[in-house]
Design a protein around this ligand. Sequence first.
Ligand code: ADP
Ligand code: MG
Length: 722
Amino acid sequence: MFCWKINSINKEISLSLYIMSILETKIEFVKGVGPQRAELFKTELGIFTYNDALMHFPFRYVDKTTFHQIKDIGPYTDGENVQLKGILRRLDTVGQGRGKRLSGVLRDDTGAIELVWFKGANWLQKSLQIGGEYIVFGRVNNFKGKISIPHPEIELAAQQSETAAQTLAPVYPSTDKLNNKGLDAKGQRKVIAAIFDKIKEKDIIETLPQYMLDKYKFPNRYTALKHIHFPSHPIELKKASQRLKFEELFFLQLRLLQIKKNRKNTIKGYPFEKVGDYFLNFYNEKLPFELTNAQKRVIKEIRKDIGSGRQMNRLLQGDVGSGKTMVALLCMLIALDNNYQTCLMAPTEILAQQHFESIHEYLGETDINIGYLTGSVKGKKRQALLEALENGEIHILVGTHAVLEDPVIFKNLGLAITDEQHRFGVKQRGRLWKKSKPHPPHILVMTATPIPRTLAMTIYGDLDVSVIDELPPGRKEIQTIHKYESGRLRVLGFMKQEIAKGRQVYVVYPLIQESEKLDLKNLQEGYEALLRDFPQPDYQISVVHGKMKAKDKDFEMQRFVKGETQIMVATTVIEVGVNVPNASVMVIENTERFGLSQLHQLRGRVGRGAEQSYCILMTGDKLSNDGRERIQTMCRTNNGFEIADADLRLRGPGNIEGTQQSGIINFKLADLAKDGKILQAARHQAEEILDSDVLFGKPEHLPIKIFMQNYQKKTKGWSKIS
Ligand code: ADP
Ligand code: MG
C-alpha cells in the first residue's frame, strides 16, 4: 500500500498520512448517513469527514438521568425540559395549510400528553411505530391551557442503549433542514457515536507533549474528544473541555508568537540610534508639563525597540486623556533626530486636524515642517505638499487615510503612527509597510479603547504592547450620574446652571444603521425640544449627525469648538477624539442602547479641562439586567480597563470593537471572557517552547511539530495583520 511504503521512509509524514487515512474518511460512510444526509452535513455544518464531525462540539448538555411522570406536567411546567417514557398511542396529520402538523399522543401509567411536529412529518410518520415504547425529551409548551411538547426528541426505548447510560446528553447546533432529515440533536448524537465505534484510541493523534498532559492533568486527546461528546459526569466534561480549550489557545499563541519572533529575527528596521537636538531641545525647554511615570516608561520601551535595528510593531494603549499625543510627538522627534520622516494618521478629518493643531502648539516656534493631508486638501496645495514630502522638506505628515494613497511618496518614512487603530482596516495598515524602502517604517498603533489583556494577547498576540495606565495629575474625576426620564426637568436645570458658569454641554443620541430613521427622528425631536428649553438669543445650539454633509458637520463642530454655541446635539460622530476642554457636561440619551466601551469613549469627551465634569446617563424607566449592569459599571468606575473587562464579560469578545476584523477569535470552545487562566497558561507554555526549542526538534515536541506543519499553512496570511 502506498501509505505503508511512505510510512517506512519517513515516520513523520506517515503520521500525517495516517491521520488522513482514517479520520479523513467521508462522513457519508458512517452508518445511517449516506449521500443525502452527508450533503446536508456539508452544506449546513461544513462537516465533510469523521474528523470534522468529531470537532463539531455540543453547545450544551441536558440532564437525562430522570424520567418525569406525565401527570406532573401542566401549565406550571411551561417551558421546562422533561424526559418521559411511554407508549406512542396515536399519530395523525391534522390541520390545514400553515397550521398543518403531525400530532401524536404519548401515554404512560399516569396520563397522556400531545407531541407535535410542524416539520419533517413525512419522515417521522414513516419511522415511528404506533404502540412502541418511546423515550421522549423536549420542552413543555402551554398554549392557552393546552399542554404539548413541540418537536420533541423521540427514540425507541429499546434503542436507547448508548445514550441512556449517560447523565449528560450532548446537544449539537442544528438547523431546520437537518431536523427535517432526522439530523436533530439526537440524530447527530448517533452519527458521532457511530464514528467512535469505528475508530480506535490510537487513531486520534495526540497533539500535546506528554509532559504538558502530566502538568495540567489533562486527558489525552482521544479521551478528551470522547468525553466532550459523551460525558458520563460533569467533572469528566470539565476536564475534557479544559484540555481542548487549552489546545485551541496554545496553538494559536504558539503561532502568533512564532510570527512575532520570525518578524523580529528577519525584518530589519531603521536603527534610531541617537537622541539628538530635536528631542532634547524640546524635552528640556518646551515640554509644557512633567511627563507622567507611565508616559516615561512607555517612551523608554519604544526607544529601546526603535534603537534595536529591528522593525517596531507596537500597540500603545492608553485611556482617553492619558496623553498619547505627547508620547507620539516625542517618538516623532527621535525619528527626526535620526533624519527620518514620520507620519501620524487619524481616522477622521476633525481628529487629524486636532492632532495637527496640538503638535503645532506643542512645538511652538520651530524649524520642523509639518504637513497636513486629508481628502479635502486639493489642487495646487496638494501638489506642493506631495512634492515637499518627496524631497524631504516635510518632516512630519499629519493626515487621514489619504496618507496611504499611492501618489503620496515619502523621501524616507521611518516611523508611522496611527491613532484610534480600530477605525483602520487591516489592509490599510498593510499599505503603510510599503511606504518605505528598504525597510518598512516602525509602526506605533495608538488606541484609546482599552482592550482586556486576554483579548489583547490574542488579537495583538504578535505585537508588542505598551500601556499608559496613569492619567496626568490634577484631573478631576468625571462624576457619572444615572437619571430616569422622570428626572429630565432637573437635568435641564442643571444644564442651565453649568452654561451660566460659562461651560458647554454635549447631548448625545445613539444612531445605529438598523434603526437609523427612528434614531434620526429622536435626535431631531430632542433638538427641537432643546430649542424650546434653551431659546435664542440667550442660547445657541449646534447639531451634528452622520447624515450631514462633511462641510456642514465641520461648520457646526467648529462653532462649538470656538464657543459660539453652548450645546452640541450629536450622534456618536463626536465619539472619537474631539477636544473641547470647556465642555464639562455630557448628557447621553437612551444610554441603554450604547455599549460600554462606546459609553466610555463618549464620556472621555468631557473632563478635559480644569473644571469638574459630569456625565449624565439618561434611560427609560425599564432596564434590562444587562443594561442596568452596564450603567452601574459606568457610574462606579472611570477606569477604561475595568470597563473593558466588564464589556467583554457582558457581550463576549465578538462584539468588542476592533475584534470583528481580526478573524482570529472564532474559537470552537475557548471563550476569552471566561478562559483567561487557560489562556495565560497556554501563552506561557508557548513562550517556553519557543525559547527552548524553537524548531520543535526535541523528541517530546514531535506532536507539536506535526501539528504546526499543517497549522502554518492555514495561517499564512496572519503575519500581515499588524
Ligand atoms: P489622549 O490622546 O491619550 O486621549 P491627549 O494626548 O489628547 O490624550 O492628552 C490629553 C490632555 O492632557 C492634553 O491636553 C495634553 O496636553 C494633556 N497632557 C498630556 N500629558 C500630560 C502630562 N504629563 N501632564 C499634564 N497634562 C498632560
Ligand atoms: Mg488622542
